[in-house]
Design a protein around this ligand. Structure first.
Ligand SMILES: NC(=O)c1ccc[n+]([C@@H]2O[C@H](COP(=O)([O-])OP(=O)(O)OC[C@H]3O[C@@H](n4cnc5c(N)ncnc54)[C@H](O)[C@@H]3O)[C@@H](O)[C@H]2O)c1
Length: 353
């Protein structure tokens, strides 16, 4: 594990870090829920001298605030307050805050120091790690973004105590993905455990280690290997976008689990994955989520969204698929009809188990 990522049940290391660095101002970007549930815990560990330097930038919670308007408002505020490179931005929150805050920090004055303090399981094991920052644009997920790493990441897994169950499940979606693409042991560990008996410190450590070993081989996604992290995301992102402006949006992890079911089915259909492994994957995921049916009138929207996927080239749609649990392959071209068939399978899931 890189030294700059700390996993603890407190914030002593963070206080030490801020004491040494002596930033002039500290901008703490957070949303309303994080302010309500996590700010006191953070402040308990910070010295008065550091607390006095903190300026809170609060935004409304929710994926639909990860947009350009929010960035513009924050950049204007930073300019009005004359925030310079001698200051620090802390992204304190879930993946929405770390994606958005990393993007804002990376572009402001061509880059200002930032650190991440993830507060959801998903941001602890995924969104705050690996340097991808971005915003949704033109109704497309993460369409505009930049790759830049924070100078440090401080994880306090005690913050998970206030996290709603559906958000824990959302994080588990990405952990299951790590298991499916890279590490069968991790998959088995989650599938065979009761959620209340999970050793979070260990699982967070293990998940980050897997993500970093994949990212290290292809940090800017130039070789292609990093794409395996997108398993379940080609269809999952399209489903997430579909529900983004819905009265009842689904979580990122839930959308990715639905995507993983479709993409595992495609893996089976193309002959890469055997039926036994497919059933294990399906039953494993169904332990955590209920199937959301996708009305046929949205199939065109889903295909349009997938046609904008960042993994495409030469006007062809490429997928990450599975050979077995723990082994993935990437850059596999898939025709539109098969994508639609996989969503139809999702809609009929009860019949095929
Ligand atoms: N950059 C990457 O590599 C990467 C990877 C995966 C996902 N993402 C992005 O992450 C985002 C999803 O992240 P998320 O699932 O963390 O969503 P989120 O940031 O919206 O957080 C989920 C909800 O939990 C609340 N919350 C946060 N911490 C809390 C706590 N400790 N206690 C109580 N409530 C708390 C938030 O206010 C929000 O309502 C998506 O935008 C996705 O695209 C990015």
């Amino acid at each position: 594990m890189r030294k700059k990522i700390y996993i603890n049940n407190n914030f002593y290391k963070l206080n030490q870090f801020l004491k040494i660095k002596k930033y002039i101002n500290i901008i703490l970007l957070l949303d309303d829920n994080v302010k309500k549930f996590c700010l006191n815990i953070l402040y308990k560990y910070l010295s008065n001298n550091i607390k006095n330097k903190i300026i809170l930038f609060e935004i409304k919670s929710g994926e639909n605030n990860k947009n350009l308007n929010t960035c513009i408002n924050i950049w204007k505020k930073l300019i009005k307050l004359k925030i310079n490179k001698d200051s620090l931005i802390i992204n304190f929150g879930g993946g929405v805050i770390t994606d958005l805050g990393g993007f804002i920090s990376s572009l402001y004055k061509r880059g200002i120091n930032f650190i991440n303090i993830p507060t959801t399981l998903l941001s602890m094991i995924d969104a705050s790690i690996g340097g991808k920052n971005g915003i949704n644009f033109y109704k497309l997920k993460n369409e505009i973004g930049i790759i830049k790493n924070p100078i440090s990441i401080f994880i306090n897994y005690k913050l998970l105590l206030s996290l709603p169950k559906k958000e824990i499940t959302s994080g588990l979606g990405e952990i299951l993905k790590y298991g499916l693409i890279y590490n069968k042991k991790l998959w088995n560990r989650i599938i065979n455990k009761n959620i209340d008996n999970i050793n979070w410190k260990f699982i967070i450590y293990k998940s980050i280690k897997i993500k970093l070993s994949i990212v290290k081989k292809d940090p800017y996604e130039l070789l292609g290997y990093r794409k395996i992290l997108n398993f379940g995301h080609t269809i999952g992102h399209a489903i997430e976008s579909l529900f983004l402006y819905n009265k009842y949006p689904i979580t990122h992890g839930e959308a990715i689990m639905l995507g993983m079911i479709c993409e595992s089915w495609i893996s089976k259909y193309k002959g890469y994955l055997n039926n036994n492994e497919y059933k294990k994957i399906l039953n494993g995921i169904l332990k955590y989520i209920e199937i959301k049916k996708i009305n046929e009138i949205f199939f065109k929207y889903i295909l349009n969204t997938i046609e904008n996927d960042k993994k495409n080239f030469n006007n062809k749609i490429y997928f990450v698929l599975l050979k077995k649990i723990g082994k993935s392959i990437y850059n596999i071209e898939i025709k539109k009809k098969i994508i639609i068939d996989s969503i139809k399978v999702l809609n009929n899931i009860k019949k095929i188990i």
